[in-house]
Design a protein around this ligand. Structure first.
Ligand code: FMN
Length: 135
């Protein structure tokens, strides 16, 4: 199994309906492909973790990377994993992060990712939320 983590920049300001449609398609495709993960959006940035069978993660990320709704995807981590960090989520999401501003977003994200045992992975998500909250 593989986990890939990336950050990217939205082409246009991200609206709730943009996110809804991304999540609807993602959850359907990811469930079929055995992919789980977490997507956080704040300001014009996305942070997403994808995990699952290596071929499925590669194919999904290739598709995502080609999506014109965002650009400049930078891979932060791409590693073999023994077990999933997001086992229950075909694509989890923290809606408050979209609105941005205020410490409650960072707190909500911290609670969301608290079960993640890998401190580096957890830190990417909490750090992202803190940065957005401060923006
Ligand atoms: C930030 C972002 C994250 C995405 N995450 C996923 C994902 O986890 N899984 C997925 O299948 N598609 C994801 N997509 C959508 C894909 O880029 C693509 O539009 C979709 O997979 C096409 O699915 P379809 O061929 O079933 O219409 C994401 C798109 C964006 C912009």
């Amino acid at each position: 199994m593989r986990r890939l983590l990336y950050i990217s920049t939205a082409r246009n300001p991200i609206t709730p309906s943009d996110l809804e449609s991304i999540l609807r398609v993602s959850r359907r495709n990811n469930a079929a492909a055995g992919i789980t993960g977490l997507l956080i959006a704040g300001g014009r940035r996305f942070l997403q973790a994808l995990e699952g069978p290596e071929d499925a993660v590669r194919a999904t990320f290739d598709r995502i990377r080609g999506d014109t709704r965002h650009f400049a995807a930078v891979v932060l981590a791409d590693q073999a994993i023994g077990e999933r960090s997001f086992p229950g989520w075909t694509m989890g999401f923290q809606p408050g992060a979209l609105i941005g501003g205020g410490g409650e977003v960072a707190t909500a994200v911290a609670e969301l990712v608290a079960p993640i045992t890998d401190p580096t992975l957890r830190g990417y998500f909490t750090g992202f939320a803190e940065t957005q909250a401060a923006a």
